[in-house]
Design a binder for this molecule. Structure first.
Ligand SMILES: NC(=O)c1ccc[n+]([C@@H]2O[C@H](COP(=O)([O-])OP(=O)(O)OC[C@H]3O[C@@H](n4cnc5c(N)ncnc54)[C@H](OP(=O)(O)O)[C@@H]3O)[C@@H](O)[C@H]2O)c1
Length: 264
């Protein structure tokens, strides 16, 4: 089945970017449904579609109902939909597809990107991971997803949970470290942009390398104990940062050692 018409359920970070992407792709957005009418109306107005906050007013017969609400609300919101014969899909990385099993046809469309209302994301640069309750649903969702992005993959619930976890390492933790580095610069009178070119080059190098471990640089991978000790001394007034520094340096060294023994 070709998915052409969509009802958006939710009006948060993902719903805003998704709504705009669907409109750009020329898909038919029938309605925005949301817990608060105010949130629904803001997005509905942007997209020029009708809105509701009442489950009984949800339009019937859409090809797809896309649930984009907080993870812990997906179950209750999906069960509140006043039908069981529509295709109902959520967009969460760490929520099993099974949570939607009250609906005959269900699935997942997980966009592996970071979304905020204040910064709309171009979906053609988002990898989309699809799971379907049947092979047909999976195929329909893949075709639908390809209208938004060329990067569409299938991934089951367990794989998607690992994907989500890897995104926490590859994006959330890295961003946290960028934040800590920026605090350090600010506290010591240095320009906060001082690291931008370095961050940019590291990211490019990691992406282009076949294995980011192999392009690791810095005192830990060089096993330069003198520099490590100097850094630990600088951090001695801050047990949290000292602990993090030790753990990360040890992890870099263990990985470097394993890599070396594997290749020698
Ligand atoms: N943000 C990301 O970077 C990202 C990336 C990939 C996937 N996802 C997934 O996409 C989904 C939406 O994420 P988001 O960041 O867009 O979330 P969000 O902005 O926090 O979503 C808020 C939405 O959830 C609704 N909501 C919250 N609690 C509710 C409840 N108890 N009952 C009914 N509705 C409730 C809100 O309604 P009100 O307007 O009434 O408050 C609003 O529509 C999540 O499953 C998330 O895991 C997010």
């Amino acid at each position: 089945m070709m998915i052409r018409s969509v009802v958006l359920v939710g009006a948060g970070n993902v719903a805003w970017s998704m709504g705009k992407a669907l409109r750009t792709a020329g898909l038919d957005i029938l309605q925005v449904v949301n817990r608060s009418l105010l949130g629904a109306e803001a997005l509905g107005q942007e997209l020029g579609v009708s809105t509701t906050c009442r489950a009984e007013e949800v339009v019937r017969g859409a090809d797809l109902y896309l649930i984009m609400v907080r993870d812990d609300a997906i179950s209750v919101v999906s069960q509140g939909l006043p039908f069981r014969d529509g295709l109902v899909v959520h967009t969460a990385g760490s929520v099993p597809m099974q949570i939607l099993s009250a609906h005959q046809r269900h699935g997942v469309l997980y966009p592996l990107q970071t979304f905020s209302k204040s910064r709309l994301v171009d979906f053609s640069r988002v990898s989309l991971f699809v799971e379907g309750s049947t092979p047909e649903v999976c195929q329909d969702l893949c075709c639908f997803a390809r209208q938004l992005s060329p990067m569409v993959y299938e991934a089951g619930t367990e794989q998607r949970q690992w994907l989500h976890l890897s995104a926490v390492w590859g994006a959330n933790f890295v961003n946290h470290l960028w934040g800590l580095a920026s605090d350090m610069l600010r506290e010591h009178g240095l320009p906060t942009g001082a690291l931008h070119l370095l961050m940019d080059e590291c990211l490019r190098k990691a992406i282009e390398s076949e294995n980011p471990h192999r392009v690791q640089t810095g005192p830990a991978v060089r096993f330069d104990q003198q520099v490590l000790d100097k850094h630990l001394l600088l951090l001695s007034g801050d047990p949290r940062l000292e602990h993090l520094y030790r753990m990360l340096s040890q992890s870099i060294q263990t990985t470097a050692y394993d890599l070396q023994t594997k290749t020698s």
